[in-house]
Design a protein around this ligand. Structure first.
Ligand code: MG
Length: 394
C-alpha cells in the first residue's frame, strides 16, 4: 500500500425513485409527461423530471475506505454516468484523494478546448470532487467543513423553497404549515404562480405577516424592463430577493435589473465554475450568488463563495434534487463561509429521500442540522439500492 491510500475503484450508480406529485407541483393545463417521464413546464418552457433521479459515485481507496459523491441526475443521468465510467473514472485510479482540488483542475482542462464549460461534463467532475472530499475527510478522521478553513456556523438557517398546490389558497396554506413548524422564510416559483406573481406575494404577505421573509424565483422569464416593472409592483410586499429575472444569456439584462432594482437580485444556480461567475460579479449582475453543489462540487463552490465575499456579496446556496449527498456537501461548504445567511430547503425532495440515507443531517424548526462524523457524514442505506436504474447500453 502507498504511504497514503490512493483510489483503486470508481463506480457510478444511477438511482431513480418514483414521485406521487411531480417537482414544482401538479401539472398545469396542457402539460404532458413524455414516455421517458419528463414534462415541459409551460411557465418557463423548461424540462423537468417526474421521478427523483440522481447519479452517485462510490470511490474506494486501497485501504477499503469508501467516499460518496453525487451530482445532478434529473435529466438523462446515463449521460453523466457514461462520462464518469468512460472518461474520468479511469483517470482517477491511483490518485491521492488529498489532491482533490488539483484533480478537479486537471479534469476541467481535459475538455475545455471542446467547449465543455458546464453541463454534463462538469457535473461528472462535481460528483467526483464531492466523493474525493468525503474520502479525504474519512481518511483523516475529520468532517469536511474542518478541512475547508473551519466551521463558522453550527447550523444553517433554511428557507422553504416551493409551495406546491393547485390553488393560491392551497399554496398559502402550505406556507402557513411550515411557519407553524418554525420556518421564517419562503420562496415561491413563478413557473407555477398560476394566479399571478404579484398576487401570490401579496397573499403570502397578508397571510404570514411582516415577521417572515418572502422571495420569488422568476425562472428566467422576463426582459430587463419587464422584470423592473414587476419588481416595482412587488416592492410593497418587501421581498428579500428576486431570483433569476432574465435569461442566463442576457447578462446585460441582469446587470440592468440589478442596477435599477431596489430589491436584491439573486442568481447563479446554473453556473458551475468560478469562470462563469467571475464576470457577472465584476459587472454586479447580482448581489446574492446561488451556487448549486450538484454542479460546482465542493472545490468550485468554495472558490465562488470566497470570491463573493471579496465582492461583498451574499451566498444563498441553491439546493435541488438529489438523494442528500450533495445537500450534505453544500452544508459543509456553506458552514465554512462567512457570508451565508440562508440555505435553500427543497422539502418535497429532501425529506423523502433522506429516508434512504444514514445521516444526522436534517432540516427542522427553520434550520439545517449539520451531518456528523468524518467526511460528509452521510451514507446510502441498503434500501436505496432497490431503485438502481440501468445505465446506457446495459
Ligand atoms: Mg431557482
Amino acid at each position: 500500500m502507498s504511504a497514503h491510500p490512493v483510489i483503486t475503484k470508481v463506480e457510478s450508480i444511477i438511482v431513480s425513485l418514483p414521485r406521487q406529485t411531480p417537482y414544482l407541483g401538479p401539472l398545469g393545463a396542457g402539460e404532458k409527461v413524455t414516455e421517458r417521464g419528463y414534462v415541459v413546464r409551460g411557465g418557463n418552457r423548461t424540462l423537468y423530471p417526474t421521478r427523483d433521479s440522481s447519479v452517485l459515485v462510490k470511490l474506494t481507496a486501497e485501504d477499503g475506505t469508501i467516499g460518496w459523491g453525487e451530482t445532478y441526475g434529473i435529466i438523462a443521468p446515463q449521460a453523466t454516468a457514461a462520462i464518469i465510467d468512460d472518461v474520468l473514472g479511469p483517470l482517477l485510479i491511483g490518485r491521492d484523494p488529498r489532491d482533490v482540488t488539483t484533480i478537479g483542475e486537471d479534469f476541467y482542462d481535459l475538455m475545455r478546448v471542446r467547449g465543455h464549460f458546464g453541463g454534463y461534463f462538469i457535473d461528472a467532475i462535481a460528483a467526483l470532487d464531492i466523493g474525493l472530499w468525503d474520502l479525504h475527510g474519512k481518511l483523516l478522521g475529520q468532517p469536511v467543513v474542518k478541512l475547508l478553513g473551519g466551521q463558522r456556523q453550527q447550523r444553517l438557517p433554511a428557507y422553504v423553497s416551493g409551495l406546491p398546490g393547485q390553488t393560491l389558497a392551497q399554496r398559502v396554506a402550505v406556507a402557513e404549515q411550515w411557519r407553524a413548524q418554525g420556518f421564517r422564510a419562503f420562496k415561491y416559483h413563478a413557473v407555477v404562480s398560476f394566479d399571478g406573481i404579484v398576487e401570490e406575494m401579496r397573499a403570502l404577505r397578508e397571510a404570514l405577516g411582516h415577521e417572515v421573509e418572502l422571495m420569488v424565483d422568476l425562472h428566467w422569464k422576463f426582459t430587463a424592463h419587464e422584470a423592473l416593472q414587476l419588481i416595482d409592483r412587488l416592492l410593497p410586499y418587501r421581498p428579500l430577493f428576486v431570483e433569476a429575472p432574465c435569461a442566463p444569456e442576457d447578462q446585460e439584462g441582469q446587470v440592468q435589473v440589478a442596477r435599477h432594482s431596489r430589491v436584491p437580485l439573486a442568481l447563479g444556480e446554473e453556473l458551475a465554475t468560478v469562470f462563469e461567475v467571475r464576470q457577472r460579479m465584476q459587472n454586479r449582475a447580482m448581489s446574492i450568488v446561488q451556487p448549486e453543489m450538484g454542479h460546482t462540487g465542493i472545490s468550485q463552490f468554495m472558490q465562488i463563495g470566497r470570491m463573493a465575499h471579496a465582492f461583498h456579496m451574499r451566498v444563498m446556496p441553491h439546493a435541488s434534487i438529489g438523494m442528500g449527498i450533495y445537500q450534505a456537501a453544500s452544508l459543509h461548504a456553506a458552514a465554512a463561509l462567512p457570508n451565508v445567511p440562508w440555505h435553500e430547503y427543497q422539502h418535497t425532495v429532501l425529506d423523502r429521500n433522506l429516508a434512504f440515507m444514514d445521516t444526522a443531517m436534517c432540516c427542522r424548526q427553520g434550520f439545517f442540522e449539520m451531518p456528523q462524523g468524518a467526511g460528509l457524514g452521510i451514507e446510502p442505506l441498503p434500501t436505496l439500492w432497490q431503485y438502481i436504474a440501468p445505465k446506457a447500453g446495459s
